[in-house]
Design a protein around this ligand. Sequence first.
Ligand code: G3H
Ligand code: 13P
Ligand code: ZN
Length: 311
Amino acid sequence: MALVTTTEMFKKAYEGGYAIGAFNVNNMEIVQGITEAAGELKSPLILQVSKGARAYANHTYLVKLVEAALVENDIPIALHLDHGPDFETCKSCIDGGFTSVMIDGSHYDFEKNIEVTKEVVEYAHSKGVVVEAELGQLAGIEDDVKVSAADAQYTQPDQVEEFVDKTGVDSLAIAIGTSHGAFKFKPGQKPQLRFDILDEITKRIPNFPIVLHGASSVSQEYVKIIQENGGNLADAIGIPEDMLRQAARSAVCKINIDSDLRLAMTAGIREVLWNKPEAFDPREYLKVGRANIKTLVAHKIKEVLGSDGKA
Ligand code: G3H
Ligand code: 13P
Ligand code: ZN
């Protein structure tokens, strides 16, 4: 199967009350772990690549790894640029085989965000590629941009209709209380998402696919393994899975997960290296990290996203 855009995936997900997992990929083991799980569960998939991933692994390697996954697994896969910082990066991914890009103008004011998004949409659509944009700002860290909790801003429902109309964008990432990274809430703080804002947004732009960034749940099982095997991740806290299930049943069609993959892989690798200091064959520890990723993604697809059997 060839790479697909997210258009059909989102339409079916919206109508079916489930969401597509968008998982960040940085190397072969991560691509394999994710796609093996999705392939066995017959789930559509979005594999996303950040600016940092392109700098780490090289654009061509990542595209070829995803193409290999398509040969091995008979499921629809969209290849997406995560947090595209500017037109040039988006163009490079559009020209380089991606089927979807995000232009992240969330740090600009409303008018400038519209301007940069529109420019990318015009180019992307002329090449058959779809575009995600963001309104509102999440707390946390992505590549070199750090947004403090104090500076994070919920998406204003009053702005979404104008933004979508003026830009022609295909999906919209919103800020309703999720954040990037493994430390989303302070210890003792009650995790909360603003579903009231999501409802308001859905009323303004019905049938329009919404995206949730910063949606890792930070499995305490993996945090414990990391802690017990020489790591230091005290107080890592994520979004409770029942909230993500609720989001997946709504207008949210794409749920972004990266930190959970990092934790699963790190837990596996740490466990091997901590307990077997004489190990030095990378395959010995990477295969445990890869197996953890597969287990994690299968769990997300079945228990959180509801996308199993939808390929
Ligand atoms: O939202 C950011 C993703 O987790 C990607 O992280 O920019 O460190 O690759 P990265
Ligand atoms: P997490 O850090 O919660 O996994 O979010 C990932 C993300 O939003 C990628 O764009
Ligand atoms: Zn993100």
